[in-house]
Design a protein around this ligand. Structure first.
Ligand code: GDP
Ligand code: MG
Length: 436
């Protein structure tokens, strides 16, 4: 369903391939193409606007990312923002009573069968029940699905949907069920009765999740309906069905941004196995053309041990940069490239770094000098007086002049970092895979 979007994206981006520098016009052209592609894919208008605004801002203000070309850098920005509007992280389903809501025919009952199968395969104890008292056929449909999957179906003779829900919950609790999947009645259109019924069930069973089942073929209409459900019962997640059809994918790209609720699964067929976990990053990759992006991501990840890098970055942002940090930097740089580039990855600092040039050939010397210092000296370079300098120079096989140079470079870097600290609002660190 995302083929068309993928095609448009790659076509637009391929026009930039090979360009070493991008003009503002080129950037604008690409963003215009992306805008068209998203709108054609039926993505919500406000979502498109917000998305492009963020991409534009980042492209114009952030420095070129580690060892990437300007074009690749844009692609990665688009990728990150796409992942964001798709929901960021994949989200799980909380154990307890899971309520399925949505209009009739969207795929609620089928999806319950699929999810029961999915969760059972993961080793959970699952049971299903239906509060769709108006349509006995709908209950029978679920009962049959339950038999097929091999999970218990809880049926009761009560007339009210609320009582069914309560009984089913008690039974699930007494049988040690991890997930009770509860089907609810649908309607062809939103109506007040239905909303009241759902509210009552919600009150009565306090569900762990309320999942809205949306037919992706219905596009923006489904989004409008989702908003109404969300206002009534507060949804915790969305499942998009019929993604195997020729839906343009706009709904997938709109849901999180428009109603703030993540997509948890997608239905990709009528069979019991046709359910996929929704991974925002993978979908974004698919949209941008997986092959290209994988190698790009790998390139961008060939940096440094992530944890240490993150600690260092945080310290720099806090303005606590000492010679120990400088030493770490030097070691990182050996693995990854010039210091300017490393610091350039902190948005906003790149431009200020023009005057700081650290000769890479001097790394060894600098490293030796810092290593000849005591821990105390590295933490607090101010205490390094003349006699200490002489000792350090001796220990590292350098001169006092060399020691002075290192201290001067350090001071210069610290000054810049301090000036950054004074900036309004610390710049946010680039997200993985770019944080260092
Ligand atoms: P409900 O009224 O919301 O419970 O909808 P149903 O579960 O009865 O599904 C309505 C129709 O949609 C059925 O024919 C299903 O087989 C079909 N359906 C549900 N999910 C999918 C899906 O992911 N892909 C396709 N192709 N059909 C689906
Ligand atoms: Mg149904």
């Amino acid at each position: 369903m995302l083929e068309l979007l993928t095609e448009k994206f790659s076509k637009s981006i391929s026009r930039l391939k090979g360009a070493r520098k991008l003009t503002e016009k080129q950037v604008n052209d690409v963003l215009r193409d992306i805008r068209m592609a998203l709108l054609e894919a039926d993505v919500d208008y406000d979502v498109v606007k917000a998305f492009l605004k963020r991409v534009r801002e980042r492209v114009l203000t952030e420095d070129i990312k580690n060892n990437l070309s300007p074009v690749d850098s844009i692609i990665l920005t688009v990728y990150e923002e796409l992942t964001n509007i798709l929901g960021g992280e994949k989200s799980d389903i909380k154990k307890g009573t899971v309520l399925f809501v949505g209009l009739q025919g969207t795929g609620k009952t089928t999806t319950i069968g699929k999810l029961a199968h999915f969760l059972k395969n993961q080793g959970f104890k699952v049971a299903v029940s239906s509060s769709d008292v108006r349509r006995p056929a709908a209950m029978l449909q679920l009962k049959k699905l339950a038999e097929k999957v091999g999970v218990p179906y809880y049926g009761f003779d009560e007339v009210s949907s609320k009582d069914i829900a309560i009984n089913a919950k008690h039974k699930a609790q007494s049988e040690g069920i991890d997930y009770l999947l509860l089907d609810t009645a649908g309607r062809l259109h939103i109506d007040e009765d239905l909303m009241q019924e759902l509210k009552q069930i919600k009150e009565a069973v306090r569900p762990s999740e309320i999942l809205y089942v949306a037919d992706s073929m219905q596009g923006q209409e489904a989004l409008r309906v989702a908003k109404v459900f969300h206002e009534s019962v507060t949804l915790t997640g969305v499942i998009l069905t019929k993604m195997d059809g020729d839906a343009r994918g706009g709904l997938a790209l709109s849901v999180k941004e428009a109603i703030g609720v993540p997509i948890k699964f997608v239905g990709v067929g009528e069979k019991i196995e046709d359910l996929e976990v929704f991974y925002p990053d993978r979908v974004a990759q698919r949209i941008l053309g997986l092959g290209d992006l994988q190698s790009l991501l790998e390139k961008a990840q060939q940096v440094i041990p992530e944890d240490e890098a993150q600690v260092l970055a945080t310290r720099i942002m806090m303005g606590e940069f000492d010679l120990e940090d400088m030493l770490k930097q030097i070691r990182f740089i050996k693995q990854m490239g010039p210091l300017e580039k490393l610091l350039g990855m902190i948005p906003g600092i790149g431009a200020q770094l023009k005057n700081v040039k650290i000769d890479e050939k001097k790394f060894k010397k600098t490293e030796a000098i810092i290593l000849s210092m005591t821990k105390e000296e590295r933490k607090n370079p101010r205490i390094i007086n003349m006699s200490r300098k002489v000792r350090i120079a001796k220990g590292s096989g350098t001169s006092v002049g060399d020691v002075n140079k290192v201290l001067k470079e350090y001071e210069e870097m610290r000054r810049i970092i301090k000036s950054m600290k004074g900036m309004k609002g610390l710049p946010t660190l680039p997200k993985f895979p770019f944080r260092f």
